[in-house]
Design a protein around this ligand. Sequence first.
Ligand code: GLN
Length: 258
Amino acid sequence: MKKTKKLLVMAAAMALAACTLTACGGASSKGGDTLTFGTNAEFPPFEYVTSSGAIGEFDGIDMAIAKQIAEDNGQTAAIENMEFDSLLVALQNGQIDAVIAGMTATDERRETVDFSTPYYTATQVMIVKEDSDIATAADMADKKICVVQGYTGEVCVQDMGYSYEAFKKGTEAVMELTNGKCDVVVIDSATAQKYVGDNEGLKIVEDPSAFESEEYAIAVQKGNTELLDKINKSIDKMLADGTINELAVKYTEETTAE
Ligand code: GLN
């Protein structure tokens, strides 16, 4: 109890400090016309850089969702692209209004931010060479494991007690695998599909008993219920009318087509 209270007070103090530094909350909280989302555009089919995307050069399921949320509120969506590890800090600093980055709503993250209604269910999977003998998560015990830094995949492997190497980008981890320098990459399911489609000789191994399902949600500053309500309204609508489903199908096909 005490610890929670202390955390809340600290969060409130931090929010106040952020306000004085940034003239508070930026355009969105004043009903201005830009809603700024932070993302890490290295996570197809959810976010990636392309010549002409849903929001400027950024495209993917999340980008289309962000655009719609802004439009539903008479605003224009803007994207700040940064490292995945920096997103929650940028959110707390008020540099961005919300995070949309295929981000799993975990209890650990809930200590510092608030999450929207979940909009997508995923799970961690293992990408291995086609001839690999890895069939379950336990088979990774004596293998060289690659993960992406700060992703939930890293947390899973850590919790299993295995040693691993962490890379900044999913593409780097997969290259390590195709080059034969590691045996398995643990990463989110939809992104794994994309990488397996892009690279010859790889396959996906699932182990639902070892990897729990994860829910992607949008993060806002703790206590920003005004923005959270708006986001939830849009998400609820897009879930109910099938928009998110359609986007998932469309972008999964598009990014695995080439
Ligand atoms: N879902 C994973 C996480 O939240 C990976 C997200 C991402 O890479 N964008 O850590």
